[in-house]
Design a protein around this ligand. Sequence first.
Ligand SMILES: [Zn+2]
Length: 394
Amino acid sequence: MHSYPLYYEQPYQKTHTATIVDIIDGNLILDATICYPEGGGQSGDIGTISGVQLLNTTKDDDHTIHHHVKQQVFHIGQQVNIELDWQHRFHFMQMHTAQHVASGLLFTRFGIQTVSVHQGERILTIETDAASVDQEICFELEDLVNAVIRGNHPVHYEVHTRTSAQSLGLRRSIKVEGDGVRLVVVEDVDTVACGGLHVANTSEIELFHYSGQEKIRGHIRLIFTVGQMARQQIRKAQDAVTELGVLFSAPLEDLVEVAKASIAQAAQTKSELRRAQQAIASLQLSSLVAHAPLVASIPVVYWNVPQDIDMKDVAQAFPEHEDLLLFAAKMVDGRLLWLVGVQGKASTLFDFNTRKSTLLSAIEGKGGGKAPLFQGSAKADSAVFFSTCKDLMQ
Ligand SMILES: [Zn+2]
């Protein structure tokens, strides 16, 4: 079944009264519609149908247009009133037309082809066939598109036979089957075969803004904003720069350098802090070792590690001692982190590997390691861990 697509004849029509001819999987099929179905990089129309939210419009393999409504309160034969979310639709028409102009200029001025396009809610992206695109080219393109916008170029449609369309030497191959090829002509700028919706004059695009680029599949994807979204993007960027200027106490010209220096300073401070934390852990362990009871002349330390000392600093400080049996534990997020260190002659007091399973089951824990250091986590508290370790000493 085919639904009559009124949107080609009347792309500016915002409301329409239609009749429901079928309901498939809860989606309304209308005799004719002004709702553009998702496709060709353009999203489907949204709005309301007789007051019920229209969530999306899609087209199936049979070219039947499905209106996805939020609630199923309709019946076949019912007359309904379509109201488009015009802001949404118009923004897509602006982006789509801007994309034709930009892709056309990329090709004619810079020899860069368009591989694929996507129109999102906020941004328009053009995937190019180029492995790199200089920023100067992007800015020049932005200027050229904005000049086309100011140039009031009309946009019109022509229907050609396949042979006639092919003879025009279009920058993009014709993707549709059959002989009625719909060409979109941005006068004096670009002509391609396209089934999408466009504004009637380039002046309606309002504004075209280059917003950045990224690499995808070895190609550069250019990112743009158009119309109202372009204005919002520029203001958002301006706000961010102003706020950063205040935070870094720097004028615009120095902002990036000041920010870079500040980030480098923060990284240095962080590494100095790490070294200080390691030194504290090392000093605390040395003090504990100095006061520890000796078993067979080997110091045995039970250490309830305080919150401000990291377990990895404990592990790092441990090898500084020649002969040492260390049992360390620390609660982190309700779980016990444990550490057993068996250094030098301490191996005669505690053989971790033969005691491992008894220890882990007593503390409901897991973990392991390689001599001289064993680590893990457990459900039991430090008191259970320490008393079990004590019992397991030779
Ligand atoms: Zn188009």
